[in-house]
Design a binder for this molecule. Structure first.
Ligand code: S3P
Length: 188
């Protein structure tokens, strides 16, 4: 591909609003956000990382010192601050769409893409992690499957697009996301 073709390709891939990747912990939001950011040239935003940097504290510490509601308020504040910014690929915390207000804010400024994965695949990815307070002390497939099922209606109601990640590699997932986001754009 020559310089001009690459430029044209990037132009065609350019986002005109944010993409919010949502889904259960360990479903691949961060990995796919990074890849999408490379594909589109849009900046990547890691909600958890942003909160950690702004608070100067790990997520587990925010939960233990101030409680979950405080963390959820920080999420809402962060999502609100994204309105009007250059289109970004946002990797959301797994609980970010549990609050209706957050979903409304996201819909005002982008498309919500739900990534799904089997509980076994999730467990495999998160089993060694200790920085997810929601799973600490509950690190097993049964608990993950149960919590996932409990959250499913909210995830599905929030999503504009649902993508199953099982048996797909990151390139396939991201191409599918962009293809469907652009199809949406065509409908406008
Ligand atoms: C949470 C998911 C985490 C993080 C926090 C709470 C949740 O993000 O925001 O530990 O309630 O599902 P990841 O989905 O990036 O692990």
């Amino acid at each position: 591909m020559n310089e001009n073709e690459r430029k044209e390709e990037l132009e065609a891939m350019k986002l005109n609003e944010h993409i919010f990747l949502i889904g259960f912990m360990g479903c691949g939001k961060s990995t796919n956000a990074r890849y999408l950011s490379n594909m589109t040239g849009a900046q990547q935003m890691e909600m958890d990382q942003q909160i950690v940097e702004e608070q100067g504290m790990a997520i587990t510490e925010i939960f233990s010192r101030f409680g979950e509601q405080y963390f959820r308020d920080l999420e809402t504040e962060l999502i609100r601050s994204m309105r009007g910014k250059e289109p970004m690929v946002v990797s959301c915390g797994g609980g970010a769409v549990l609050r209706e207000e957050n979903v409304e804010l996201m819909k005002e400024s982008g498309k919500i893409v739900l990534l799904t994965a089997a509980p076994e695949a999730i467990y495999d990815r998160v089993k060694h992690s200790t920085d997810r307070p929601i799973l600490n002390g509950n690190m097993n497939v049964e608990y993950i499957a149960e919590l996932m099922e409990k959250r499913r209606p909210k995830y599905e109601a929030a999503a504009d697009i649902v993508i199953s990640t099982d048996m797909k590699n990151v390139r396939e997932i991201c191409e599918e996301i962009l293809e469907r986001v652009h199809r949406f754009r065509g409908k406008k």
